[in-house]
Design a protein around this ligand. Structure first.
Ligand SMILES: Nc1ncnc2c1ncn2[C@@H]1O[C@H](COP(=O)(O)OP(=O)(O)O)[C@@H](O)[C@H]1O
Ligand SMILES: [Mg+2]
Length: 206
């Protein structure tokens, strides 16, 4: 048993073949934090249909507790009608999720029974979320497990709001995280500047 293995390890890259537009195998390197602000942040930019959402979808596929189906609409014919995803962790672990056979949806994971769902947290790329609050109280892991891997990309970010109830239960911890978040601090300092300017302008009004 690799009991000395750290609980968290960074991911170095993901290689994608045969998922949607990925007709050829392509490797997306992921930023590894080195202590400098922002060093662990990977930002994916590109034209429409370049494959940004597909890269996120690949991470979601690897995030499932049970191997998901790669249905026909997801498979690229020019890649042999099969999908192969490889995710490399900095500790050397390489997880492969691939079609069992060409032209079929069933997949296999190796090493078998690898479960990355506690390590990868992937939000759907769509931005709309349901404004209706369910009484469910989800933590992050339950949320990720319940998202699933639907065959069709949905426009809603369902169950997003459930997590707000967890915030209410532990408001002090939530506020502490917010206070620690340097991005928020920078945003608030940027937002203060126009506020000051605005108050200066209003002072000039009669
Ligand atoms: N089964 C498929 N075979 C080949 N190409 C596909 C398949 N499914 C989707 N695509 C193509 O993959 C691309 C998806 O890009 P997407 O990841 O949504 O890009 P982005 O998020 O960068 O706009 C589109 O060009 C789409 O036509
Ligand atoms: Mg997209």
């Amino acid at each position: 048993m690799p009991s000395a293995q750290p609980k968290w390890s960074m991911f170095e890259w993901i290689r994608i073949l045969g998922l949607r537009g990925f007709a050829k195998s392509q490797r997306l390197p992921l930023a590894i934090p080195n202590g400098a602000d922002g060093s662990g942040l990977t930002i994916l930019v590109g034209a429409n249909n370049a494959g940004k959402s597909t890269a996120i979808e690949a991470l979601r596929a690897l995030n499932q507790a049970d191997p998901p189906s790669f249905t026909q609409g997801r498979r690229n014919k020019y890649a042999g009608d099969r999908v192969k995803l490889v995710l490399r962790r900095a500790d050397g672990l390489e997880v492969t999720l691939e079609s069992q056979q060409p032209r079929t949806s069933e997949t296999k994971l190796s090493p078998q029974h690898t479960n990355l769902s506690g390590q990868l947290f992937v939000l759907p790329s769509r931005r709309v979320f349901s404004p209706y609050f369910g009484r469910n109280s989800f933590n992050r892991a339950t949320f990720m497990a319940s998202l699933g891997f639907p065959a069709v990309r949905t426009s809603n970010l369902d169950q997003f709001s459930s997590r707000l109830f967890e915030i209410q239960k532990n408001r002090a911890a939530f506020d502490a995280v917010m206070a620690d978040c340097s991005m928020m601090q920078r945003c608030s300092s940027i937002m203060n500047q126009p506020l000051k300017a605005a108050s200066g302008v209003s002072a000039l009004r009669p």
